[in-house]
Design a protein around this ligand. Structure first.
Ligand code: ZN
Length: 331
């Protein structure tokens, strides 16, 4: 199998071009991917404007399996892991990324170019052991946002380490981050290579790291993880989603600390139910609704309520960010 970085060096093409061709190849050779990328052309979207930012809602019926997936230990133990190499569809090809990861076309796309990046081995979905790979992937995939869904935060395979990637321009956060930073970013750290901000009023809680240094990025992530872990000691890892991109030598990393896997609306019955299971894409500003009725009835108030239920509350966020601020002085 071809290595992404070798393909870039050999063909003198950008990653985006190589991955676009890879997607087209899979659409030609894999009927499931062909059908679902075709359906994506017809998905409906609407958007809600908030102060300084927007949230889009996408009606995408092909995502039902993922949204409604059972990720409890018993269900996971009873199924074959769909990310393990021996269980993947034979039509699904791969591009290697280093020794540990494979880039695969996601056959249930949200983005026009949507990839799942899986570990070669069946190891649990955990952020800290994968953090360096996340930064390396983002650097290799300029133009894409690489994201991580925690085992209780939207990952449909909590037992198999993986990321996803899609074109950055799709998520509103990409365009609105500069503006948000100026208007409502609370600075936690500012050094020669690295800046860190907290966002209290973005409907969801967010900590953003902008850096030219991979070493310092990992230091900040380490500080965040240690303090947050102490606040959720009962969890296999603190609950989170992460978005990471790289442009012109600069990494932008958004960390979303969470307190709930799914909102009450997910479990409600009848007219009260909204089938939504927020993950990184939702936190990036695109709510994915696989059912028409949920797409039609979703209001601004629902969005505000859902994000407040699944994000950590203000007290915990203030505590976490103050602790980070004190420690970041020493990086
Ligand atoms: Zn597996």
């Amino acid at each position: 199998m071809a290595q992404l970085l070798e393909l870039i060096a050999k063909t003198n093409q950008k990653a985006a071009q190589i991955l676009q061709e890879f997607t087209e190849f899979q659409i030609q050779s894999w009927p499931l991917a062909a059908a679902n990328f075709k359906s994506l052309e017809k998905v409906e979207e609407k958007s809600f404007q908030f102060e300084n930012f927007q949230i889009k809602v996408q009606f995408n019926p092909e995502r039902l399996l993922s949204t409604a997936s059972k990720t409890d230990q018993k269900s996971i133990a009873a199924r074959q892991c769909f990310l393990c190499n021996e269980n993947r569809p034979y039509e699904q090809d791969a591009i290697d990324f280093g020794d540990q990861f494979l880039i695969l076309v996601n056959p249930f796309p949200i983005f026009k170019t949507h990839f799942t990046v899986t570990s070669n081995t069946h190891v649990d979905q955990r952020f800290l052991p994968g953090a360096k790979a996340l930064l390396e992937l983002a650097e290799a995939l300029e133009g894409f946002t690489v994201f991580y869904n925690g085992p209780e935060c939207g990952a449909s395979a909590p037992d198999h380490l993986h990321f996803q990637a899609g074109e950055s321009s799709f998520m509103p956060i990409t365009e609105e981050f500069q503006r948000m930073k100026l208007n409502s970013g609370r600075p936690l750290f500012s050094g020669e290579n690295t800046q860190v901000w907290a966002f209290d009023n973005y409907l969801r809680k967010m900590i953003s790291v902008v850096t030219i240094s991979m070493f310092e990025a990992l230091e900040v992530i380490g500080v965040y993880y240690r303090h947050f872990q102490a606040m959720q000691p009962e969890k296999v890892e603190p609950m989170m989603n992460v978005l990471c991109s790289w442009t012109d030598g600069i990494w932008t990393i958004h960390l979303f600390p969470r307190k709930a896997h799914r909102p009450t609306q997910f479990f409600a019955e009848g007219a009260e139910q909204i089938l939504i299971s927020p993950g990184s894409v939702d936190f990036g500003g695109v709510f994915i609704t696989p059912r028409r009725e949920d797409f039609d009835k979703m209001t601004k108030e629902d969005i505000t309520d859902i994000l407040s239920q699944v994000s950590v509350n203000q007290d915990m966020f203030a505590d976490l960010t103050e602790k980070m601020k004190a420690d970041l002085k020493n990086i």
